[in-house]
Design a protein around this ligand. Sequence first.
Ligand SMILES: C[S@@+](CC[C@H](N)C(=O)[O-])C[C@H]1O[C@@H](n2cnc3c(N)ncnc32)[C@H](O)[C@@H]1O
Length: 178
Amino acid sequence: MAHRRSNRQRNRWAASLLNVGPTDRVLEIGFGPGIAIAELARQAGRVYGIDHSKLMMRQAARRNAAAVRADRVRLMHTSVDDLPSFDHPLDAILAVNSVGFWPDPVGRLRQLRRALRPGGRIALASQPRCPGVTTTGAAEQLHYLLTQAGFTHIQVETMDLTPAVVCVLATNPTDGQP
Ligand SMILES: C[S@@+](CC[C@H](N)C(=O)[O-])C[C@H]1O[C@@H](n2cnc3c(N)ncnc32)[C@H](O)[C@@H]1O
């Protein structure tokens, strides 16, 4: 997965859209070979990652070995359906080409929103490769899921790759919506 150039470009681009800073605590769900984790670790104070594949866990741990040793990256082998709790609210969350695999995406996104600080940001990226799935369709679906889960300030960004990549960003509202 990490060998395809567009996969690396997609992950680096999606991670950069969150504009994380040196004190930020960031979570990536479905990190795969850990390319976005490496990008986030260059910018953030602490990066958490969750993936339910043992193979992906091994690849991402190898790719991010120095940051894991320095405890700037913590990788967890678990499912988004079994989210761990975090000591402090998160500042940002990322998922690239992963939400489509989740059995109950709205339920999980609601739970993830509660793990974010008020005003915290989420970015869901998708590079649809299945026949009949368009970038516009993928963006509409992610927009719908995020709105259903209570996120606001939806913003859509597109990266001109083949196929194109869409990233839908949203904010956890500051009014304490449950
Ligand atoms: C298509 S891969 C994308 C990997 C990486 N984000 C990328 O873009 O290169 C989907 C990833 O999501 C993970 N995944 C799928 N369903 C998951 C779940 N329910 N909980 C945690 N990880 C999941 C898979 O193991 C896989 O690593």
